[in-house]
Write a protein that binds this ligand. Structure first.
Ligand SMILES: Cc1cc2nc3c(=O)[nH]c(=O)nc-3n(C[C@H](O)[C@H](O)[C@H](O)COP(=O)(O)OP(=O)(O)OC[C@H]3O[C@@H](n4cnc5c(N)ncnc54)[C@H](O)[C@@H]3O)c2cc1C
Length: 404
């Protein structure tokens, strides 16, 4: 156990998409930050991520859009195949800008654009409290180190220590889980460049080409063993996925069979209830949350990561507006600094709440529609989706988070 105390201006807990995007956004605005990540390397769980127009807009603002577009092909269409009792029904929807990225490419691009020493790996935060004399946050690291910060941003995902300390309720679970993977076709996959999704009762099976060789696929179905830890053994995950898709065309079965075992991952579907977003407190003093730590949502709209990057841009814009010269340059007393940061974080929360609430609501309704066994719940969800969200409209992707 080590001991000692460190002082930093802006501390971000979590080096996932949101934490790194927030650090990069702050860096672009001249505000220095330190990211604390519990893993001992920069890593990305979940193979790949679909990025819609709003996500690309945020990536452009972060200055990494162009380099990431080079790693993917555009996907202009979603093709949904509904397996009805009597027949299959195919529905095609045009998408404005949609591409699928390898998660490691996204994480690496964000990381590569940060100054050296911006990220501290192997650093797990175990508790957080407010300094009784200054009200600024104090973080306790697993190895005994104490870190005092002026601003604390919790980007620590679904089991966020920071959300808990803000008093946000625990997450809800859906019965479904998802296995995701990547398959490489050395001689090219020759697939059409669309996002194909089969919807068959409570199960969904889909694939999206990333480039001319690499394809991302996923299988989503009700997983009975909810009490045990999510299995990680690639052989077991492969068998589990194969069981779900055994009646699908041979080329789709072959795709799963040939996937890279190290890319396989099983995730249970959890979400923060929209009521928490309405009534929850997303800021206390100079501490706030972003990304999944704030608004974990099911994967049904493919928006969690895109919205996390929007959070990063909005948060950095507000913080930098409050401190135009950065914390180090803006020579103000602690009292004045605290007031400015609180106002900036309050503005951030006010700007984000309506956006994430709408998405969380829509995502929850789609989740119920796909996975609930109750016909009444499904009909009610469908009615609410039609009335409030225009059915299956992708209008939520046409969102500009504004300049940095
Ligand atoms: C099946 C599935 C499919 C999805 N598909 C899409 C999609 O197509 N498009 C999309 O936009 N979104 C998608 N999402 C959502 C997206 O993956 C998440 O919203 C996004 O990864 C959230 O990023 P984050 O940085 O907030 O959290 P995370 O990625 O969970 O990162 C949190 C980080 O914090 C670290 N951490 C946690 N606790 C601590 C601690 N105490 N101390 C230090 N570090 C800590 C973790 O190690 C981790 O690195 C999907 C989600 C799922 C489950």
């Amino acid at each position: 156990m080590r001991s000692g105390e460190e002082h930093h201006d802006v501390v971000i807990v979590g080096g996932g998409i949101c934490g790194l995007a927030t650090a990069l956004a702050l860096h672009r605005k001249g505000v220095k930050s330190l990211v604390l990540e519990r893993s001992d390397r920069i890593r990305a769980t979940g193979a790949a991520i679909g990025v819609f127009m709003n996500g690309w807009c945020a990536l452009d603002r972060l200055g990494v859009g162009a380099v990431l577009r080079d790693k993917t092909i555009p996907i202009p269409e979603i093709q949904e195949v509904w397996h009805r009792k009597s027949a299959m029904q195919v529905k095609s929807t045009r998408i404005e800008e949609f591409r699928c990225l390898k998660r490691t490419d996204l994480i690496q691009a964000l990381f590569d654009n940060l100054p050296v020493d911006s990220v501290r790996l192997g650093c797990q935060i175990v508790a957080v409290e407010r300094d009784p004399s200054t009200s600024f946050p104090i973080l306790y690291v697993h190895d005994g180190i104490i870190i005092k910060a002026k601003v604390l941003i919790g980007c620590d995902g679904s089991n966020s220590v920071i959300s808990k300390s803000l008093g946000l309720g625990s997450l809800n679970s859906l019965p479904n889980c998802v296995i995701r993977g990547l398959t490489n076709y050395p001689n090219g996959h020759n697939l059409e460049s669309h996002f194909l999704r089969h919807l068959d009762g409570y199960m969904a099976f889909g694939r999206i080409p990333i480039d001319d060789n690499l394809v991302h696929w996923f299988v989503d179905w009700p997983y009975p063993n909810r009490d045990i830890d999510a299995p990680k053994d690639p052989k077991f995950l492969m068998e589990l996925a194969m069981q779900q898709i055994k009646d699908y065309p041979a080329e789709m079965i072959e795709m799963v069979k040939s996937s890279d075992p190290s890319s396989l991952n099983l995730t249970r579907i959890r979400y923060r209830s929209p009521w928490h977003l309405v009534f929850g407190n997303f800021r206390r003093g100079t501490m706030t949350v972003a990304g999944d730590a704030m608004h974990m949502m099911g994967p049904f709209l493919g928006q969690g990561g895109c919205v996390a990057m929007e959070d990063a841009v909005v948060l950095a814009r507000n913080l930098a507006q409050a401190m135009p010269m950065g914390l180090e340059g803006g020579r103000v007393g602690d009292g004045e600094l605290k007031k400015r940061i609180e106002t900036a974080l309050e503005n951030y929360v006010r700007e984000r709440k309506p956006r994430v609430l709408k998405l969380a609501m829509q995502s929850m309704l789609v989740g119920i529609l796909i996975s609930s066994s109750s016909k009444i719940k499904r009909l009610l969800s469908l009615a609410l989706l039609l009335v409030f969200f225009g059915g299956a409209s992708l209008s939520y992707t046409r969102y500009d988070c504004g300049p940095l």
